[in-house]
Write a protein that binds this ligand. Sequence first.
Ligand SMILES: NC(=O)c1ccc[n+]([C@@H]2O[C@H](COP(=O)([O-])OP(=O)(O)OC[C@H]3O[C@@H](n4cnc5c(N)ncnc54)[C@H](O)[C@@H]3O)[C@@H](O)[C@H]2O)c1
Length: 376
Amino acid sequence: MEKTIKFGVIGCGLMGREFASASMRWLHLQTDLPRPQIIAACSRTDKSLDWFRRVPDTRYFYHDYHELLENPEVEAVYCAVPHDQHAQIYTDIIRSGKHLLAEKPFGIDLPACRSILDAMREHPQVFVRCSSEFPYYPAAQQLFRWYQEGFFGRVIEARFTIKHASDMDLNKPINWKRQLKTNGAYGCMGDLGIHTQHLPFRLGFRVDSVSAQLANLVPQRPCGDGFAPCETYDNAILLCGAHNAAGDRFPMVMEMKRMAPGCTNTVEYEIYGLDGSAKFSTEDANAVWYTRNQGREQAWSRLMLGQKTLFPVITGGIFEFGFSDAMLQMFAAFIAELCGEPCAFGCFRPDEALLSHQLLTGALRAYETGSVVRFD
Ligand SMILES: NC(=O)c1ccc[n+]([C@@H]2O[C@H](COP(=O)([O-])OP(=O)(O)OC[C@H]3O[C@@H](n4cnc5c(N)ncnc54)[C@H](O)[C@@H]3O)[C@@H](O)[C@H]2O)c1
């Protein structure tokens, strides 16, 4: 009989739909992992909920998430709601005994993140991870493998960025991600930060100090017939002092930008070392660039990877990889870890979310006091 894990989705917006779509591509994977079946969906609006009526496995529809949590058939939940609701809904999910794939930033702020971790300690049998898909691009996986193999040698510098540009349209209406109450004081850092942190944290890069430059470039946006205040930071550049397990100390730059001219969703990972360096950009999504130190001059090579995925897929190795493939790989990693199956690169962990919140809270303080914030 087919093995399945029965999921409920809370929050049926942009990411809820991506998640449902990924669940419907399970036959794309060449694994024996149980198939996630989204049997229940919950959203505030009829419009977002109605989209799920076309998901063949979905047979329960709710407006109140408590009802979904009372459904004994639901074993695990994917929750993608605005940040001000993370702490309440995530802790309720954990206390209901259902496994949780949460969304970033895993609580609107540091106290919210801590309250989720407290609920996890009360319910150690519940498996909890946070969504972060970009490290599942084959090139990012290649960087991870090269780092483990010692390709880079002593780390000189590292850089992790995510850059959007849709907000360059000054007529784009306000939404909850631009408002303090719903998105939180981190602004773009809460929205985008984990995308810059999953890979370096997993490599064991730890931040000793941070200084930050934050910018709220567009203080109001269209709302109905008028304008509403756009209170959150649009762009952030964090300059971190970091170290790794080998004891190398190096600068690590993290950039999270909603207003980056010319970008769509550009994610870039760069690691520079004394022996070798490598970089990846979603603008050249199927390639990883690397160079080996051969003395005074170095040449960059462009290695094409195609579908060299963490979990094998039916797609031929020569074909290109994209965002929805990364979602599927991340989903497979969650299921593999949940089932105790091997997984060389797991989803973003709650202890890493705590590191993220400590860093972002420090970055806010650093910018607002014009200082360098140090961590113990
Ligand atoms: N992993 C990624 O790449 C990625 C990308 C975008 C957003 N996100 C994260 O996903 C989460 C949601 O973002 P989004 O872009 O999908 O937002 P969205 O606004 O598109 O969707 C949110 C949905 O949640 C529903 N909702 C709100 N409160 C609810 C409640 N109490 N119960 C049930 N449903 C409720 C809304 O009706 C809406 O349909 C956020 O945490 C965000 O940071 C992650």
